[in-house]
Structures are given as C-alpha cells and as structure tokens.
Write a protein that binds this ligand. Structure first.
Ligand SMILES: Cc1cc2nc3c(=O)[nH]c(=O)nc-3n(C[C@H](O)[C@H](O)[C@H](O)COP(=O)(O)OP(=O)(O)OC[C@H]3O[C@@H](n4cnc5c(N)ncnc54)[C@H](O)[C@@H]3O)c2cc1C
Length: 386
C-alpha cells in the first residue's frame, strides 16, 4: 500500500524523479494491476491517464451493460467476476448485477480512492522510449521517467477502422452516446459479436428494424468460451420478442464495401448481395488495441498481438509489461476482466522481485483468491454438454 507521503505527492515532482514503475492507463487493468503492485510492496509508482479513472467505461453507450454478472461470492473465496482487486465485490458495492459503463467507472474511481492510488490524470502519453536503462514517457507537459512501465492503455479508445472500402462512412459503436438518440427506422450493423448484438438489441427495443452482418456466425458458435461465443446474457436478450421481431442476422456474410450517394447508404457483400439504408451504418468490428501505438517495443505474433514472456514482459524491451485484454499466450484470449486480472500479480511479482522485495506471502494471498494464473495448461477447457 502506498504511504501517506506517496498519496500527498507533489504532482510537479512527477517530472523530476525517476519512478520505479509507471502504469499507463487508469481503466480496469491499470487500476487492478496498480493495486497488485502496491500489495507486492513496490511504493514508488505512478498511474497516468490521458483523461481520468475509468474514462473508457464512461464513454460506453448509455444503455450498454456488463455481460459478465457481478455476484458477492467473495465469502467463499470466489472473487466477484467483475472485481479487479482481491476482497472487493462490485455487486456488493453497487448492488447491481450488470452495471453500465458509467456505473463501473464510478466503481473504479471508488477503488482508486480507497486504495489511495497515486494518479496523474489528463496526461496523454505521446511516446514511449527506452534510453539506456530508463523509460522516457513524453507528455505535453514534459517527460516522465521510470525503471519499469506497465502498458494498460486498453483497446476502447483505439477502434478498428479500414476493414473494407467505405468503413469510414460508418459510425463505430464506441462513438455512440446513446442508442436512444439514433433517429431513423432501419439500421445496418457490421459485426455480430457482443457490441454488434448489443447495438441490435437496444435498437430493436426502440422499434428499429436491424440487419446484422458478420463474416463468421458468433450466434451459432458452439464454444463455451465467451471470448469466442456470445455470452449467456446476450443469448437471453436475443430471445426477446423485440429482437426476434426486428432483427435479421446474416452469418458468414463478409461486407465488401459501403457507399453513400448523399441520401442512401449501399452495403455490398462479397457474395454480391446489396442492402440499403438511409441511416449511417454502425461498425462493431472491434478494436486495434493501444499496444499498436508502441508496436516498435514488441515482437509480434502472426495475429498481430505482442509476443510476451511468461511474465507478460516484452521479449525485446525488458522492463515493459502489458496488462489487460491485449494479453495473449498461445490460443488463450484474456479479453474479460475475470481472465486478465489473473495476470496482474504475475506482473507485480516480476517487478517486485527485480527490486529484491520478498514476494512469497503476496503470491500465496493472490493464489488463494484465484488471482495468480501461472499455469496456462488449465485454460481452454470447454464446459460439459449435459
Ligand atoms: C461494449 C463493451 C462491453 C464489455 N463488456 C465486458 C464485460 O461485461 N465483462 C468484462 O469483463 N469485460 C467487458 N468488456 C471488456 C472490458 O471493457 C475491457 O476489457 C476493459 O475496458 C479493458 O480495460 P483496460 O483497463 O485494459 O482498458 P480501458 O478501460 O480502455 O482503460 C485504458 C485507459 O488508458 C487511457 N489511455 C489510453 N491511451 C493513453 C495514452 N496514450 N496515455 C495515457 N492514457 C491513455 C484511457 O484514457 C483509459 O482510461 C467490454 C468491452 C466493451 C467495449
């Protein structure tokens, strides 16, 4: 836990001193990994965010809710699925099972206050370089320096674009303030995983007619892994009367192009079908990930994700760690909080050990909460089909 001195730090001093650790991003990953770093005994660390704590969650469309349910299961040592810190339950704190993004942002802000985390808000990291043994993080106000960096700048603020000709004519779902504000009667949505189906659901509730296109068929996927198939929450919503009445799903349909003649949008699929709408199509094709912003500091896998060591450290830039949904190992996708939170303590332990701090007790405590996943051979299990 940081001392009082750390908490009441002089923000101007941030540019003078060399921090042991700088954590970039104060989202679920940044706040969660910071708490682990504090628990591991490292004191001289700083979290930096271009906006504020939970900024990406605050920007979710107003109607979008967590698909993973929160439940106060902590009393038997099973951490609430949406918690980023041992002992904490968003369900208990908020009394909400499926929080909105805005509600979850408040939860993260509450955590930051409770754990007295040292945070520098409104500070955009413009570039990250390693010079000799120190990381230099350039901002508009000056250069921050650190011995280690944990990159947890997320994905949400880096939406995918350019997937097909005319994709820039679409409105990415991450830019929608509220589905209730969208006028017009019919919508084309490109992407049928969680964000696309979420958009279709809210539009259908508002009586809009919706056509969803996906190059695969997420709603027909047999896997029990929610990183691959739709979540239970979403399957339930697909069965609502409004969804069944107003939404048409087109699986295995790749979009080739979108054009706009000034009044009508025309969507062409690769198999030659043509669809029209007068309303701006919605793009729900995911995110590029902020690690692309510092791609020269990582080696890359064939799928574009960063090559990482067993401690989630860059294989070519020692001291640079990744935390959050961009973490990949083999075929394992850590895109949900309950998955990637299990790697926070791995990173914190590696950093604490590099400063010669003892970590045995810390690791035991995190293992006890299922918050220390070092053996990935247990991942990838399918649920039984009973
Ligand atoms: C619509 C939607 C629904 C989801 N539902 C669920 C769910 O139900 N359950 C679940 O577990 N997961 C869910 N996820 C995934 C979850 O939201 C993400 O895993 C989570 O937001 C990732 O947290 P993060 O901290 O990595 O990124 P973010 O929350 O995006 O935080 C990154 C932070 O970094 C800051 N930042 C970015 N670039 C810079 C920079 N250059 N300099 C300084 N600061 C920077 C940003 O301001 C931001 O605050 C959902 C995602 C979406 C998009």
């Amino acid at each position: 836990m940081p001392s009082e001195d750390d908490v009441s730090r002089d923000a101007a001093d941030d540019f003078k001193q060399v921090h042991d650790v700088i954590i970039v991003g104060a989202g679920a990953a940044g706040i969660g990994v910071a708490i682990s770093v504090a628990h591991s005994g490292v004191e001289n660390f700083l979290i930096v965010d271009r906006e504020g704590v939970g900024a990406s969650f605050e920007a979710w469309p107003a109607e979008t809710r967590f698909i993973t349910p929160s439940f106060p299961s902590n009393s038997v040592g099973m951490l609430d699925l949406n918690s980023v810190a041992i002992g904490v339950s968003p369900a208990f704190n908020m009394r909400i099972e499926h929080p909105t993004g805005q509600e979850y942002a408040k939860h993260l802000q509450g955590l930051a206050n409770y754990f007295e985390l040292p945070i520098r808000e409104n500070t955009n990291i413009l570039s990250l370089k390693k010079i000799d043994d120190l990381f230099h993080l350039d901002t508009k106000e000056g250069t921050l320096r650190a011995k280690k960096v944990i990159w947890s700048a997320g994905e949400y603020q880096y939406p995918s674009q350019g997937a097909f000709s005319g994709s820039d004519l679409c409105l990415h779902t991450s830019k929608v303030g509220s589905y209730g504000d969208l006028d017009g009667e019919d919508y084309l949505i490109i992407g049928g995983y969680e964000s696309g189906i979420d958009a279709a659901y809210h539009l259908s509730k508002n009586g809009k007619s919706v056509r969803v296109f996906d190059q695969n068929c997420p709603w027909g996927e047999e896997s029990s892994d929610p990183s691959v198939a739709l979540s239970t929450y979403t399957f339930e919503r697909i069965q609502s009367v409004e969804f069944e009445t107003n939404v048409e799903l087109f699986g295995e349909k790749s979009v080739q192009s979108i054009t706009h003649d000034g009044s009508t949008y025309e969507l062409k699929t690769e198999d030659g079908e043509v669809f029209h709408s007068e309303n701006q199509p919605l793009l729900a094709n995911g995110f590029d990930g902020s690690h692309k912003f510092i791609s020269d500091l990582f080696e890359h896998r064939d799928d574009g994700f960063a090559e990482l060591t067993d401690q989630d450290e860059s294989t070519i830039t020692p001291g640079l760690f990744l935390a959050g949904p961009m973490v990949r190992h083999d075929g394992h996708i850590f895109c949900f909080i309950f998955k990637y939170r299990q790697r926070f303590a791995i990173v914190a332990q590696a950093i604490a050990a590099s400063f010669d701090l003892p970590t045995d007790e810390f690791v035991e405590a995190y293992k006890g909460w299922g918050m220390y996943l070092d053996d990935l051979s247990c991942c990838g299990q399918e649920c039984l089909t009973c």
